[in-house]
Design a protein around this ligand. Structure first.
Ligand code: BDR
Ligand code: CA
Length: 334
């Protein structure tokens, strides 16, 4: 008898997306919306690439424009403790989406609940089923797990774009040691990385290996329909930043790499061990893992759960996964 394909198919992974859109955040949102392995069930916003008013407006705009019918909850305005730096308008534009003159008039309203409450409610509603994908500063996640520590047992997985672990000499992108999302709220990041839930960090060690070239952006523009054209448009400012600062013909794939991990973790090699975040001094925002396969003197990692840190990536396959989601017969890795 022929097998029932529908019975054998794995159910899509429920994802709650915590984001600070953000050019690459917008691309990651569309990736989540379009990939069949994902069931996007909510969006929470956070300060980061722009002020919270701007990132929330952008999330509402993106969801309305692209028909993403999920609750959008406004999140934290500031980091938990530290002084908030000015948003990096030189990376994502004054409007957070590349300064292309979008007419922002979303009619949709944000959910009544603050982001941390939507996170708690969603995890309680679907115990064991929801993956949190966080691609901005981790303030909302820290507030949620502080408010309701039991959610650590209810989440399926926490996947974070953030950190720089020194793999092959990889440093930070804000300071020599700190990555933007982590230094955006280092105290929150330490709470999230040390909570008893399964965390995977997709940091610069891998995202700097994944280059979205201008050729790939051109394929998106020419053959990726309205979504591809949109990604081309909003990415011009971002690509200019990367081209001039890093001398690369395109940009790194940061936030969409975290989405790719959820879709296909075999794209990455991970290292296990507890992770701590430096929260003061010149190394503030540095992420440091103590690998499980090394022994050290007693230290600040003791007693905390082992987490996954991505240390290698199959970049051609990741790019192909992204491109295949938007462009039939895309030529990313071929
Ligand atoms: C991270 O910082 C932001 O600029 C991007 O959206 C990404 O989440 C990369 O360091
Ligand atoms: Ca982001």
């Amino acid at each position: 008898m022929q097998a029932d394909q529908t019975q054998n198919r794995t159910a899509p992974t429920k994802v709650l997306f915590d984001t600070d859109p953000g050019v690459d955040d917008a691309m990651a949102l569309l990736f989540l919306q379009h990939h069949p392995a994902i069931d996007l069930i909510g969006v929470t916003t956070v300060h980061g690439n722009a002020h919270i008013d701007v990132t929330t407006r952008n999330a509402l705009y993106l969801c309305e424009r692209f028909g993403i019918e999920v609750p959008v909850a406004r999140g934290a305005r500031h980091p938990l403790l530290q002084y908030k730096a000015e948003p990096p308008t030189f990376v994502h534009g004054d409007d957070g989406l590349g300064n292309v003159g979008l007419s922002f008039e979303p009619t949709r309203q944000a959910d009544d609940r603050p982001a941390y409450r939507l996170i708690i409610d969603t995890l309680r509603q679907h115990p064991g089923e929801v993956t949190l994908v966080a691609v901005g500063p981790l303030t909302n996640l820290a507030l949620a797990v502080k408010e309701d520590p039991e959610i650590a047992q209810l989440v399926r997985e926490v996947v974070i774009m953030g950190g720089a672990f020194g793999v092959n000499g990889q440093g930070g992108n804000v300071t020599p040691v700190a990555e933007a999302n982590i230094i955006g709220d280092p105290h929150a990041a330490d709470i999230v990385c040390t909570a008893p839930w399964p965390v995977t960090l997709v940091g610069l060690d891998v995202t700097h290996q994944v280059l979205m070239s201008n050729d790939l952006f051109g394929q998106l523009r020419d053959r990726g329909g309205s979504h591809g054209q949109f990604m081309w448009d909003i990415s011009r400012f971002y690509v200019d930043f990367y081209s001039s600062r890093e001398q690369i013909p395109g940009c790194y794939v940061h936030d969409s790499s975290a989405v790719a991990y959820v879709i296909d973790p075999t794209l990455f090699e991970v290292r296990r061990g507890p992770v701590r975040v430096v929260d003061s001094g010149i190394a503030i925002g540095q992420t440091v893992q103590q690998p499980d396969d090394r022994s050290y003197a007693p230290g600040p990692w003791d007693g905390y759960p082992s987490q996954n840190v991505c240390v290698a990536v199959d970049a051609p396959r990741l790019l192909q996964l992204f491109m295949d989601t938007f462009v039939p017969t895309a030529a990313a890795a071929r």
